[in-house]
Design a protein around this ligand. Structure first.
Ligand code: SF4
Length: 281
């Protein structure tokens, strides 16, 4: 059994910054709050909870004047306004790449474009971008969503940072065919795209791939869908989900991870697979 850990595993720069910033805030505060999980990774979330981080589903659950973290996906403007009204001490860890899309959404709205946000309707990043467009944007997840669109002469397109690049280009092709004066901003995260390219290269070298990452992490799910066209894949959140029978007949295993998976979890998966076959790392 040979195991190859892919290049570009572990946290992306945006998640690394949000996690290290949050840990620093926790050093000075016994209790801090975050709307939704800070990243889609159960082990990191559990460890931050032990240190005093509280995850809530609604901003009204955060006590007035408390310390509040904005995670790397960003937050819709109405929620930020409520946080300000509640006099929360806000630490904004929205990823700079996501902030760039926010600025673009505001600028395009001011210029009067009809905006298309290509992304997953329920994703927090998409909800935050949508909130900045004063009702001038629609979210498109798949080409069929365009069927109900009125013909516009000026569409501007942006895309969720972690969206599947192939689906993005399919949708863009359809938009351009329907509205010739379309302006397209490729706002895919280059770190994510690079990770996907490396994953595809690894898929050529191995006969099985383990993808490590949160089950509801958008970029992890995209990684799975990209490599599963090449080799059999399993998606696990952690090493404890691995069983020997999953590797029946496998000679060479590749390990890749989503952008919100700590490098330690990737290494744990590697040593667990070795352990299942009686090797030590
Ligand atoms: Fe930022 Fe890209 Fe990481 Fe998202 S995946 S947090 S855009 S670096």
């Amino acid at each position: 059994m040979e195991i190859i850990v892919g290049k570009n595993t572990g946290f992306c720069s945006g998640v690394r910054k949000a996690i290290s910033g949050t840990q620093e805030v926790l050093e000075h505060n016994k209790k801090i709050f975050c709307l939704g999980e800070i990243i889609h990774n159960p082990s990191v979330v559990a460890s931050l909870k032990r240190r005093g981080m509280v995850f809530v589903d609604d901003i009204s659950e955060v006590p007035e004047g408390a310390t509040f973290i904005i995670r790397s996906h960003g937050l819709p403007s109405d929620i930020i306004n409520s946080a300000v009204k509640r006099r929360l001490h806000i630490h904004d860890f929205t990823c700079p790449k996501v902030k760039k899309i926010h600025r673009l959404a505001i600028e395009l709205t001011e210029k009067g474009y009809a905006i298309i946000i290509i992304g997953n309707t329920s994703h927090p990043e998409v909800k935050a971008i949508l909130s900045l467009t004063r009702g001038n944007a629609r979210v498109v997840e798949k080409t069929e969503d365009l069927d109900s669109f009125p013909p516009e002469h000026q569409y501007a397109v942006v895309v969720q940072t972690t969206f599947n690049p192939l689906s993005f280009s399919d949708i863009v092709r359809e938009v351009v065919l329907r509205a010739k004066n379309t302006v397209v901003y490729n706002t895919l995260c280059e770190e994510t795209v690079k990770r996907q390219r490396k994953a595809l290269t690894l898929a050529e070298e191995v006969d099985f791939i383990v993808v490590v990452g949160g089950k509801n992490s958008s970029n992890t799910k995209t990684l799975c869908s990209i490599v599963e066209n090449k080799v059999p894949v399993i998606h696990v959140e952690g090493a404890d989900e691995l069983e020997k029978k999953m590797f029946n007949g496998v000679q060479k295993v590749g390990i890749i991870s989503g952008a919100s998976t700590p490098e330690e979890e990737v290494q744990k998966v590697r040593s667990t697979i070795l352990g299942l076959f009686g090797y030590t790392s």
